[in-house]
Ligand binder design. Structure first.
Ligand SMILES: C[S@@+](CC[C@H](N)C(=O)[O-])C[C@H]1O[C@@H](n2cnc3c(N)ncnc32)[C@H](O)[C@@H]1O
Length: 411
């Protein structure tokens, strides 16, 4: 007869095996090393106080909040797997993780690099580092260096690293991280580019020069400390709508235009293509945001007017639009394939949004995986090259120059 304890262990082991099998079936996990790590390092031991069903669901689990905002979580297993594949760590590698959280990913990394490798994980909060240390010990994972530090500076004490992975979002590729990589090393980070957060795997191709090897959509909590960036999000007074801008911000006039649009009737015209809620971040939304800093994503409560015509998202509404100082345009969910525009400049805004959608369709509807990012860190590059070409380069919050190109298969 199994005891209660062994029966519980059996159910927990089964839940873990099922999660790993699902991640393999869904194509999140390819490498046998990563599969073995996910099988060996029990996620539930990094979520004390949660039941196995929560620990082995493919969802992020918040573990710390500040003023109602989540500042730490145990990341979603499928995202963790995607980033480990992007990182491509191998036995013997020295790895730095920035964003220890509860320590689960550090445990996985330690399993991947094995006894000849080394893992250092840092978190900005001492209570989280203490928890990660205890969780790693409970899971029997030895040898992970756990450090309380602001990861904006990396961790020079144990550098250089073959691999650096951020599990927290940044708006810039900081020179400190690039300087702590070995030649040919790899940096994986959730990088916000024009309001879109992307998990980018960069290979160091020369001093201060990086090229992406893989790009995926993601959604991580943001860096606190010296690398924190308030971003360009704004709240429309009175209606509770959040506006996430691709550029430096919609500006007061653009926000006023959007505020009127939430309440007032607009002009409808056909869109070159319909959208879907998943297009808001990846695919169409990413294409539009990278092409034009006037692009915005809108989030707001369900309600009458414009809200009713937008895409349902987790009990609220979301949309993709574009705003100028005297006109804005929004792609509607209902009626499908419709652009609604507002203000004296409605026609120009609708023309521009329609043209962006048309370009995306003509390019074969690319998404994040079709994006390539080349980066130059001026402080580290031997010959930083010519000055930025405003049409093709974006300077991120750390001063790194990002050149974006789409692999649309059109030559
Ligand atoms: C999504 S959680 C990390 C998840 C974790 N790696 C796991 O295994 O599930 C992001 C973490 O980044 C940490 N963080 C935020 N800003 C930081 C900073 N400047 N330096 C180091 N860690 C930071 C947060 O405290 C939080 O614990």
């Amino acid at each position: 007869m199994p005891t209660a304890e062994s029966a519980e262990d059996g159910a927990t082991a089964e839940a873990r095996a099922q999660l790993v099998a699902d991640l393999v079936r869904e194509g999140r996990v390819h490498s046998p090393r990563i599969r073995a790590a996910l099988e060996a390092v029990p996620r539930h031991l990094f979520l004390p106080g949660h039941d196995p069903a929560t620990a082995y669901a493919d969802e992020a689990v918040p573990i710390k909040s500040d003023g109602g905002v989540t500042v730490s979580s145990v990341s979603q297993p499928s995202m963790v797997a995607i980033m480990l594949e992007q990182l491509d760590a191998a036995p013997g590698h020295r790895v730095l993780e920035i964003g220890a959280g509860a320590g689960w990913n550090a445990g996985l990394l330690a399993h991947v690099v094995g006894p000849d490798g080394a893992v250092t994980t840092v978190d900005i909060d001492d209570d989280l580092v203490a928890g990660a240390r205890a969780n790693l010990a409970a899971a029997g994972v030895d040898g992970v260096e756990t450090v309380i530090a602001d990861g904006a500076g990396g961790h020079p004490g144990s550098a250089p690293y073959d691999r650096i992975e951020l599990t927290v979002g940044s708006t810039g590729v900081r020179p400190e991280w690039v300087a702590q990589l070995v030649p040919g090393g790899r940096l994986v980070l959730p990088l916000t580019v024009r309001g879109s957060q992307l998990s980018v795997a960069f290979a160091l191709t020369g001093p201060g020069r990086l090229s992406s090897t893989s790009v995926r959509s993601c959604a991580f909590v943001r860096l606190r400390g010296a690398g924190a960036d308030p971003g360009a999000d704004a709240v429309l007074p009175g209606c509770g709508w959040t506006v996430q801008s691709a550029g430096p911000g919609a500006g007061p006039a653009g926000l006023r235009t959007l505020e009127r649009a939430v309440r007032e009737p607009g002009e409808d015209r056909p869109s070159p293509a319909p959208g879907s809620v998943s297009d808001l971040w990846d695919g169409l939304g990413l294409w539009c945001a990278l092409a034009d800093p006037a692009v915005v994503r809108l989030f707001g409560p369900s309600g009458p007017g414009l809200a009713a015509a937008l895409f349902p998202l987790a009990g609220a509404r979301a949309g993709l639009g574009l705003t100028g100082h005297d006109g804005c345009a929004v792609l509607l969910a209902e009626p499908a394939a419709t652009i609604r525009s507002f203000g004296p400049g409605a026609g120009a805004a609708a023309d521009r949004l329609g043209a962006l959608i048309e370009d995306w369709v003509a390019a074969g509807r690319p998404h994040a995986a079709d994006l390539r990012i080349d980066a130059v860190v001026p402080a580290l590059a031997v010959a930083p090259g010519p000055g930025p070409d405003a049409d093709r380069e974006i300077i991120d919050s750390a001063g790194t120059r990002l050149r974006l190109s789409w692999d649309t298969g059109r030559g």
